[in-house]
Design a protein around this ligand. Structure first.
Ligand code: AMP
Length: 409
C-alpha cells in the first residue's frame, strides 16, 4: 500500500456511511453519510477538518452517491491517500470467522448469506460492487458483524429444534455487533491491564441492543440470534417473545407472517411500549415529566438487560468487568445505574458520581478503583476496527507476494 489510509463503506438499504481513516492513529480525515438514497430527498452530509457540508442529490442511488463521494475525495486531494477499502458486512454465516480480502468466491458466499440477513446483506453487496467499480485497482476487505461470535460453543449457538434444520438450513444463533465487541473488549483489556485469561460482560446499547460474554478474547455467548431481533428490548425491536405469538396473532387478529414480523421489528421495543418514541433520550425526558408509559418502557428495558446479563455470566468462570457501550451505554447514566442496581448479585457496585460523568475523569471506570468486577463506559469505534483489519490484511498480502530477498553466498 502506498498510503495507509482506509476508506470505510457501511452500506444500508437507503444509506451509505463513509469515512477515510488513518488506521494507525485513528484520525478521521473525512466522514459522512449519504441518506434517503433512491428518494427525492437524497443527500450527502460530510465533515472534514471541522467543516460540515451538505449536498442535495435528488433521486440519487448508491451508484450516484458513490460517484459523488469519489468526486468529493478527488476535489479535496484525498483520492491518492486511499490505500484500501474496508466494507462492513452484517452476515458472514459460518464461513467467516474473521475479516477477509474480497474476491469472487467471497462475494458468492456473502450473496449466499443474503437468506440469513435479507434486510442487510443485499445493501452491503451493492456497496462492495459499486466501490469495486469506482476503485478497481484497490484491495477491498469485508469485516463481518457475525465473525466475532463464531467462537461460541454449540450449546450457546444451537436452538433446541430439530438438528436437521441446522444441518440443512444453517438455522442457529449467530450474534451481531461483533466488531464493536472486539473493539471495546480490547480497550477494556488495555485499560484494566487484564491477563490473557479474562472474563467480560459487554452491553452494546444503541437503537439495536445486545450483550455478550467474552472469555479470553473470545465470544462465548451473546443475546442476538439467527437475526438481530432476538434478545434485549431495543428501539423498535421486541427482543425475546414467545415464538407462539405468530400463531396467536394469526388466529386472534388475522395477522399475516409479514405483519407480525413487521410489528416485532419496527413497531415494538421502546416505541411499542411507550407509544411515544424509540429514542431513549426522549423517553428519559418524558419520564422526568411524569409520563408513566415512558417509565414503564425504561423499566422493562432495564429488567430485560439485567436479566440477560446475569444469564450470560453463567458462561464465565469469574467476572473481571462489565462494559457499557453504544449510544445508550455511553451516555445514559440512568440506564447504567438502574441496570447495575439489579446486578448486585454479581458483585457489581458503581460510584454514582463517576457514573453521572460517564466515567469522563476516571478512564471510563464508573466503579470504585479497587472494586472487582470493574464497570466501564467505553466509546465504541467500529470504523477504526474496520480500518485496522483492512490495513492489516492488505499489508499481509503485500508481504506474502513480495519476492523474498535474494541470498548472497
Ligand atoms: P446508537 O444506535 O448507538 O447511535 O444509539 C442511539 C440511542 O442512544 C438512542 O436511543 C439515543 O436516544 C440514545 N442516546 C444518545 N445519547 C443519549 C443520552 N445522552 N442519554 C440517553 N440516551 C442517549
Amino acid at each position: 500500500m502506498t498510503s495507509p489510509n482506509v476508506l470505510i463503506f457501511n452500506c444500508g438499504s437507503s444509506s451509505l456511511k463513509f469515512a477515510l481513516i488513518d488506521p494507525i492513529s485513528g484520525v478521521e480525515v473525512i466522514s459522512g453519510l449519504a441518506e434517503r438514497l433512491g428518494e427525492e430527498l437524497a443527500s450527502i452530509r460530510y465533515s472534514m477538518g471541522g467543516m460540515k457540508q451538505r449536498l442535495e442529490l435528488p433521486g440519487a442511488d448508491h451508484q450516484e452517491a458513490c460517484a459523488q463521494i469519489l468526486g468529493l475525495l478527488t476535489e479535496a486531494g484525498l483520492k491518492q491517500q486511499i490505500g484500501a477499502i474496508g466494507h462492513r458486512v452484517v452476515h458472514g454465516g459460518e464461513r467467516f470467522r474473521e475479516s477477509t480480502l474480497i474476491d469472487a468466491q467471497v462475494m458468492d458466499t456473502i450473496r449466499d448469506c443474503q437468506r440469513l440477513a435479507p434486510l442487510h446483506n443485499p445493501a452491503n453487496l451493492i456497496g462492495i460492487e459499486v466501490a469495486q467499480q469506482h476503485f478497481p485497482s484497490l484491495q477491498h476487505v469485508a469485516v463481518f458483524d457475525t465473525a466475532f461470535h463464531q467462537s461460541m460453543p454449540a450449546e450457546a449457538y444451537l436452538y433446541a429444534i430439530p438438528y436437521a434444520l441446522y444441518q440443512q438450513h444453517a438455522v442457529r444463533r449467530y450474534g451481531f455487533h461483533g466488531t464493536s465487541y472486539r473493539y471495546v473488549s480490547q480497550r477494556a483489556l488495555e485499560l484494566l491491564e487484564l491477563p490473557t485469561d479474562h472474563s467480560l460482560l459487554c452491553a452494546h446499547l444503541g437503537n439495536g441492543s445486545s450483550a455478550a460474554a467474552i472469555r479470553s478474547g473470545n465470544s462465548v455467548d451473546t443475546t442476538m440470534g439467527l437475526t438481530p431481533l432476538e434478545g434485549l428490548v431495543m428501539g423498535t425491536r421486541s427482543g425475546n417473545v414467545d415464538p407462539n405469538l405468530y400463531d396467536f396473532l394469526a388466529s386472534e387478529c388475522g395477522y399475516s407472517l409479514q405483519q407480525t414480523s413487521r410489528m416485532l421489528n419496527k413497531e415494538s421495543g421502546l416505541l411499542g411500549l411507550s407509544g411515544l418514541s424509540n429514542d431513549m433520550r426522549t423517553l428519559e425526558q418524558a419520564e422526568a415529566e411524569g409520563n408513566e408509559r415512558a417509565r414503564l418502557a425504561i423499566d422493562i428495558y432495564v429488567f430485560t438487560l439485567a436479566r440477560q446479563l446475569a444469564g450470560l455470566a453463567t458462561s464465565l468462570p469469574h467476572l473481571d468487568a462489565l462494559v457499557f457501550t453504544g449510544g445508550i451505554g455511553e451516555n445514559s447514566s440512568r440506564i447504567r445505574e438502574a441496570t447495575c442496581r439489579r446486578l448486585s448479585i454479581l458483585g457489581i457496585d458503581i460510584d454514582l458520581e463517576r457514573n453521572v460523568a460517564n466515567g469522563a475523569q476516571s478512564q471510563g471506570r464508573i466503579s470504585a478503583d479497587n472494586n472487582t468486577p470493574a464497570v466501564l463506559v467505553i466509546n465504541t469505534n467500529e470504523e477504526l476496527m474496520i480500518a485496522r483489519d483492512t490495513h492489516h490484511l492488505v499489508a499481509q498480502q503485500v508481504a506474502d507476494t513480495e519476492p523474498s530477498p535474494s541470498r548472497h553466498h
